[in-house]
Structures are given as structure tokens and as C-alpha cells.
Write a protein that binds this ligand. Structure first.
Ligand SMILES: *Cc1c(COP(=O)(O)O)cnc(C)c1O
Length: 486
């Protein structure tokens, strides 16, 4: 599509004197702006676009058409679980009986909302095998921070102030070391074996009396199941540390196994990945944190409690680590999770994991003739190629990702994890049909063929998008943050 309005900034459509509104004549006596105290007046010209209503409508409608989402096409972004989230969950989250509640309202008028919180909390406990959850954190990374604050406080209260070392695998998501750094912990990396799992031999010498804990993701960010967790958990516990589970990748585990049973003490879950909140573009999300029984008193405030008479209340526990968010977190995200849990039910929920694993393995096997598969064998919900198999024309992972845009697909995650030079990480999720996967496989094969026969076409992609290939380095070094120089 290409028209006057497409791909333009609204300022570029501005024409002096155009207006898009007409206000009714004021029934109040007219005051002059000069009567306002000088301090309250703006002294420079306001730079606002001057457009008529139809131009504004066309501008924003065209902008919305530029947006790629799960609702417009296949979105195989690794480590992100971009699955379809049924619309009924959004409808439920907008329900006026909940949406109009005020967080400081008397709890006698918010019993239903507190019950919903309590039931989501209990469901997550059952799904994950951890004793109790807080739903207050706003994101996965904030969940990690909350969990690490709990681990740190646990050690401090036992008089173990010197336990400040957090071990993270070199395949970990970037938020893991970042959260540990925010908590003032010392980060030590443990290596992976050639088959992508944590190297236990590299881990053992790192375990000492300065150990706070080990953060693990399972399946890890390569989509591989860490089979040695029981052994690792035993070693870490013997060394006095706690096991932290990054549960952002919980999707393939649903209904199959539980982190609590594997020996994890603290974990977070990304409701916006696994439990039906559309995400991308920065939020909103929720990163509930679950803990084993003896850590429950440390969970952040406020806590929702069910009293003996069956009613609910908010509790501000003096032994808690404190407050990490206002009130009860991103409540609408909890509502979507609740609607998702109830509409799926236990039977359907336990198909999520196996189907997401099936879809990932299907793509992985069908494309490994054209793309380099560094780690063979069964993957879980996602997997990583190390670029094209035939690298003779020097077509890179970035080029393949850009070319996919021309064919109407969102690009997979690229250059992460850092273990390979040309990482291309694909996660199809359980909500995609076989025909969607087949169409994607066909396009990926086509791009691999183009890389051989017409490499320039791939290297200069995208060709059909409103904006062509950007100069990433220049965008970082000389960002243009306003529409014109002010
Ligand atoms: C997405 C993700 C996170 C971070 O979650 P946010 O909500 O983006 O902060 C952490 N770990 C893993 C493995 C993830 O995939």
C-alpha cells in the first residue's frame, strides 16, 4: 500500500490553519490568556500538528496497519511465546465490575477481586509445585528481582551476609544477570556443555560458602531440557544456596512437570507469555513469584489472605521484604490469566506443553537440511539454528530475518543466545496450525534458495516494507528523537 498518508509522521501532514475539532461556544465569560499569571503561561510557540479530522483518522489507521502482531501473522519469536491469546480473555479483563474498582477501596467492596487474586495464586502453585505466590511484580525481570531479594533476605536473616554469589548459565536470558546486579549480588557465569545444558563439572568448583543461589531456566534458552536439575539442586542445597527458576519458559512444561518437584525454591512466571496477555512493545505484563513454604513470609506486600470465615483481606506482613509495586500489580493481566485458566481447564492446559514441543520439533526437523542445527535431538518449545547451512554467499542471519519481513512473517529472535555466531531462534507455540507451519517452512526454504541463487536480494532485504533496512549503528549513535531539530 502506498498513499499520501502512509509512512508519514503526522507533523509532515500538518498544514497551517487546518483544524480537526470545533468546540461549542463557551457559556462562561471570556477571559484573555494574558490574565493568567506569567509563570503558568507557555512562552514559546507550541509545535502541534495542524490537521483536519479525516487526515488524523487516516494517519492513525495507516499507522495501525504498519503494526505487526500475532493477530496479523505468524510471529515465531524465540524466548517470547508469542501465542494467540483468545479475545474473550481481553473482554473479561475489561469487565466493568472489576475495571472500575479503586485500589484503595474498602476490601468489603472488593471481595470478588481479592478472590480472583487468591485463586490465580493457588492455581499457579498447583501448576508449578511451589507453596505460595505473589502476583504483584509487573514483569518477568521484576519477578526475578523480587525472587532474588527474597533469597538475599533469607540469607541475611540467617546471619549469612557473606552469601552474595549468584551463578547464572552462560546461556541465560540477559535479565538474569541484570536482576542480580540490581540486587547488589555478584554474578558468576557457569559454562554450558556442547549439548547446550549446564556443565555440572564447571559448576561444582563454584559452589562455596559465599553462594546465595543458582538461577536456571528450564527448558533453557536453547530450548533444551536440563535433565541434571535434581543433581544440581542437591549440590546447591548442600552448599547452602537456593535454586531460582526463571519460569518465563513455562509454556512447554504445562501439565507435564513442575519446577517445585525438581528442587527449585523460588521462581517467577511470565503471565504475559504463558497465561494469555498479549505482549510486545513493552507491556503490560505480570511476573508472579512463587516460593517454597518456609520463604512464604518474605513475599512482598500487600498480600491477599483468605480468612477463616471465607472472606478475603489485604495483609501487610511486617516480615516481608516490603513493597515492590503499587497495590496488587497489573490487575487486568491477572484477570486474563484467570479467564484463560478457567476456559482451558486442567485437561486442555496439559496439552499446551506437548503441542508447543511438537510444533517446534516439526519445524526444526523440516528445515535442518537448509539451516545449520548445532544441537541435534529433541528440543522443547523452541530451538536455535546457527544461520544458513551453506554460508558460501555470506548471507547472514540478519539478512534471513529481514527477508522474512518481505514474505509477511515476523522475524525470529536473532543473535541470541550468544553461544553461536549466527543464532536464529524459533518458537512457534502451540496455537499455530500445521498449515501455518508448513507455509513458514516453505518460505524459509525459499529464502535459503535465494541466498544461493540471488544473494543480493536477501542481503538488501526488506524490499516491501514501508521502511527499508535501517542503519542500526547510526540509529544508536545519532538518534533522532524529535521530528525536526528544535
Ligand atoms: C522474557 C524472559 C524474561 C524477562 O521477562 P520480561 O517480562 O520481559 O521482563 C526472563 N527470562 C526469560 C527466559 C525470558 O524469556
Amino acid at each position: 500500500m502506498n498513499n499520501t498518508y502512509y509512512g508519514k509522521l503526522i507533523f509532515e501532514l500538518s498544514q497551517p490553519g487546518q483544524v480537526g475539532y470545533s468546540l461549542p461556544k463557551s457559556s462562561y465569560p471570556q477571559y484573555s490568556l494574558d490574565q493568567l499569571p506569567s509563570a503558568l503561561r507557555r512562552h514559546s510557540e507550541t509545535l502541534l500538528p495542524e490537521v483536519d479530522e479525516l487526515t488524523a483518522v487516516r494517519h492513525y489507521t495507516n499507522m495501525s496497519n504498519n503494526n505487526f502482531g500475532v493477530d496479523t501473522g505468524f510471529y515465531p519469536l524465540g524466548s517470547c511465546t508469542m501465542k494467540y491469546n483468545p479475545k474473550i480473555n481481553d473482554e473479561m479483563a475489561a469487565h466493568a465490575d472489576f475495571a472500575t474498582l479503586h485500589p484503595t477501596q474498602d476490601t468489603r467492596g472488593t471481595q470478588g477481586a481479592l478472590r480472583l487474586y487468591d485463586e490465580v495464586q493457588r492455581s499457579l502453585s498447583e501448576i508449578s509445585g511451589l507453596h505460595r505466590f505473589t502476583l504483584n511484580p509487573y514483569a518477568g525481570a521484576q519477578g526475578e528481582m523480587t525472587g532474588l531479594m527474597i533469597i538475599r533476605t533469607y540469607h541475611l536473616r540467617r546471619g549469612d551476609a557473606h552469601r552474595t554469589k549468584i551463578i547464572v548459565p552462560n546461556s541465560s536470558h540477559g535479565t538474569n544477570p541484570a536482576s542480580a546486579a540490581v540486587c547488589g549480588l555478584e554474578i558468576v557465569e557457569v559454562k554450558s556443555t556442547p549439548n547446550g545444558t549446564v556443565d555440572v563439572n564447571d559448576l561444582i568448583p563454584l559452589l562455596g560458602d559465599d553462594l546465595a543461589g543458582v538461577m536456571m531456566t528450564n527448558p533453557n534458552t536453547l530450548g533444551i531440557f536440563e535433565t541434571q536439575i535434581p543433581e544440581i539442586a542437591k549440590l546447591v542445597h548442600e552448599a547452602g544456596g537456593l535454586m531460582y527458576y526463571d519460569g518465563a519458559n513455562l509454556n512447554p512444561m504445562l501439565g507435564v512437570c513442575r519446577p517445585g518437584d525438581m528442587g527449585f525454591d523460588v521462581m517467577h512466571i511470565n503471565l504475559h507469555k504463558t497465561f494469555s496477555t498479549p505482549h510486545g512493545g513493552g507491556g503490560p505484563g505480570a511476573g508472579p513469584v512463587g516460593v517454597r513454604e518456609d520463604l512464604a513470609e518474605l513475599l512482598p506486600n500487600p498480600q491477599v489472605i483468605k480468612k477463616e470465615d471465607g472472606t478475603y483481606d489485604l495483609y501487610h506482613n511486617p516480615d516481608s521484604i516490603g513493597y515492590i509495586s503499587g497495590f496488587l500489580g497489573n490487575y487486568a493481566v491477572l484477570m486474563r490469566a484467570y479467564a484463560y485458566l478457567l476456559t482451558m481447564g486442567g485437561d486442555q492446559l496439559s496439552k499446551v506443553g506437548p503441542l508447543s514441543v511438537l510444533n517446534a520439533n516439526y519445524i526444526k526437523e523440516r528445515l535442518k537440511d537448509a539451516y545449520e542445527l548445532p544441537i541435534e535431538g529433541l528440543c522443547k518449545h523452541e530451538f536455535v539454528y546457527d544461520g544458513l547451512k551453506d554460508k558460501s554467499t555470506e548471507v547472514t542471519t540478519l539478512d534471513v530475518a529481514k527477508r522474512l519481513l518481505d514474505y509477511g512473517y515476523h522475524a525470529p529472535t536473532i543473535y541470541f543466545p550468544l553461544l553461536f555466531h549466527q543464532s536464529l531462534m524459533i518458537e512457534p507455540t502451540e496455537t499455530e496450525s500445521k498449515s501455518t507451519l508448513d507455509a513458514f517452512i516453505e518460505v524459509m526454504h525459499k529464502i535459503a534458495d535465494e541466498a544461493k541463487s540471488h544473494p543480493e536480494v536477501v542481503k538488501t532485504a526488506p524490499h516491501n516494507t514501508p521502511i527499508r533496512r535501517l542503519d542500526d549503528v547510526k540509529a544508536v549513535r545519532e538518534p533522532k528523537l524529535t521530528f525536526k531539530d528544535l
